[in-house]
Design a protein around this ligand. Structure first.
Ligand code: FES
Length: 120
């Protein structure tokens, strides 16, 4: 299991060339938690790849940035986002790493956690 906020190179996730691993860690990480890993292919969005891999740990709504239910906080790693509504992700949220999983495209392996609307 990766340490808090640290990407472990030995995590057993199959990945194709150019894909990144994403670890959805439980909020309030401790020694007794595992979280879930899944692969995100290059250029793909976190939420869409999570769904394709039968992982269901991030709430799924509109899948297009309109409802805000898929808010996550990126704890570690680099990413870009497609346009996000300020109704669901404020500038302060964004500066704190909060984003909509359906709009996040990883540039590296990521560590993320759920970010409920009142978490910032
Ligand atoms: S699923 Fe609706 S904003 Fe991401």
């Amino acid at each position: 299991m990766p340490a808090d906020g640290v990407i472990d190179a030995d995590v057993p996730v199959d990945r194709v060339d150019g894909a990144h691993r994403c670890w959805l860690r439980p909020t309030g990480v401790g020694d007794d938690v595992t979280g879930v890993w899944f692969e995100v292919r290059e250029g793909e969005r976190v939420l869409h790849e999570m769904i394709k891999r039968q992982v269901h740990d991030i709430p799924v709504g509109c899948r297009g940035g309109g409802c805000g239910v898929c808010r996550i906080r990126v704890v570690e790693g680099d990413y870009t986002t497609k346009r996000m509504s300020r109704k669901h992700v404020t500038e302060a949220d964004e500066a704190a790493g909060v984003a909509l999983a359906c709009r996040v495209i990883p540039s590296t392996d990521l560590v993320v956690e759920l970010a409920p609307t009142d978490a910032t």
